[in-house]
Design a protein around this ligand. Structure first.
Ligand code: PLP
Length: 408
């Protein structure tokens, strides 16, 4: 494999050698230099530190949590409880004594738990909620289910769509005033869009709904990819829901963080049973790894790759980069590509996306090629998504661009 070339503007920071060292920590990546894993929005690869933490736990103290009183059981309980605090610390929670962390299997389960166990009891007849109709379906289905559950009890709740800018896929914050009203009681939003990679600017939703309306943030594509600080007033949200497996932890791992400042405290209903202790161990190791690597540096690295891919692909004639037209950044000082976080989705005007996915794999690129679980999308809306993490390189992007260029 050829040497990793520096990203323009980043070489002075020593970013390239920093990245190479991190990449070396992913055994599955280094074992297959002929392949390029470009599907991290689906799930991330795992660094050695996470694999070793899991191995160490299973070979030294595997037991159930919150039950036994012998040392392995106590250690497991400490690991689980300590990881709740670690999640709060990772998210830079300004009030950890008030907030709560609940472990889940991923974002889908987390959003459903917020909907069923917190939102349904919270809403009353005539209330309105605002939800995204063009984001991941995991962030739409639970809210529609909540409306159905309430309707079965005779409680009529109106679900309104967050307005979207047709071309970019970003929320249309200028039209938020049209859907926010005195009965708006809850908003579900996405932090980074899983198709367009754009930051959805949740601070503008907060500005539109005022200080009292709870906001639930789907952070599946931001945790582990960029600095996420709840001590930042721009991130004044009430729930952060994410998948640990997209952030270097094991599959079947995720969490709901609840601020517990607006509305009732978040308490998942019913007996919770045995937690995913191994997943929780992996989550703790993953958060340690990510903090040591530096979420700001990770974001800078993947932004450089995203910009490189987007800028070149936009000028290759048969390709259409979704959500990235000229003039996208009308209300931002930054060029469109720089506002995208590690996700580039495109179509070839002459080759169906699923065929393009097969062709790319024949050249060693693992990408996603289908309707991407986008709410409202079906097979005919298929597209190819390239999604990146810190282990991806400039060389992989250039190799991909060369193959894409050969298909024009
Ligand atoms: C934005 C977004 N939300 C929710 C999900 C669902 O995550 P999980 O499959 O881990 O439940 C995904 C997965 O791709 C996503 O990208």
């Amino acid at each position: 494999m050829s040497a990793v070339r520096p990203i323009p503007g980043a070489e002075h920071d020593g970013e390239t050698s920093w990245q190479r060292e991190l990449r070396e920590q992913f055994p599955i990546v280094t074992a297959h230099p002929e392949l390029a894993y470009l599907d991290s929005a689906a799930t991330s690869q795992k660094p050695r530190a996470v694999l070793e933490a899991v191995q160490a736990y299973l070979t030294t103290s595997n037991a159930n949590a919150g039950r036994g009183t012998y040392p392995w059981a106590n250690r497991t309980t400490d690991l689980v409880e300590g990881t709740r605090e670690r999640v709060k610390e990772f998210l830079r929670d300004p009030e950890p004594d008030r907030s709560a962390v609940h472990f889940t299997g991923g974002t889908t389960e987390g959003l459903r738990t917020v909907a069923r166990d917190w939102l349904v009891p919270y809403l009353t007849d005539g209330d309105e909620i605002l939800v995204p109709y063009a984001d991941h379906r995991a962030n739409l289905d639970p809210w529609l289910e909540a409306r159905r559950l309430l309707a079965e009890r005779g409680v009529d709740v109106r679900v309104r769509a967050l307005p979207v800018q047709a071309v970019s896929g970003d929320y249309d914050h200028r039209r938020l005033g049209e859907v926010v009203g005195p009965r708006t009681r809850f908003v579900a939003a996405t932090h980074v869009h899983h198709v367009y990679g754009g930051d959805m600017n949740v601070h503008r939703i907060r500005a539109a709904v005022g200080p009292d309306v709870p906001i639930c943030l789907d952070a599946a594509q931001s945790v582990g990819h960029l600095p996420l600080g709840l001590d930042d007033p721009a991130l004044d949200v009430d729930f952060v829901v994410f998948s640990g497996h997209k952030a270097m932890a094991l599959p079947g791992t995720g969490a709901v963080w609840a601020r517990n400042a607006r509305g009732p405290a978040f308490r998942p209903a019913g007996w919770q049973g045995t937690p995913n202790t191994v997943g929780i161990v992996s989550l703790r190791a993953a958060l340690d790894w990510l903090d040591a690597a530096g979420p700001d540096r990770i974001a800078r690295w993947t932004a450089g790759l995203t910009t490189r891919l987007t800028d070149r692909l936009r000028h290759l004639d048969p390709y259409e980069v979704l959500g990235c037209p000229a003039g996208l950044a009308a209300d931002s000082a930054l060029p469109a590509a720089q506002r995208r976080h590690g996700i580039v989705t495109f179509r070839h005007r002459g080759i169906p996306s699923d065929d393009l996915g097969f062709v790319l794999y024949s050249h060693g690129f693992m990408v996603r090629a289908d309707s991407l679980c986008q709410a409202g999308a079906d097979e005919k809306d298929g597209a190819v998504r390239v999604s990146l993490h810190v282990y991806n390189t400039v060389e992989e992007i250039d190799r991909l661009l060369a193959v894409l260029a050969s298909l024009t």
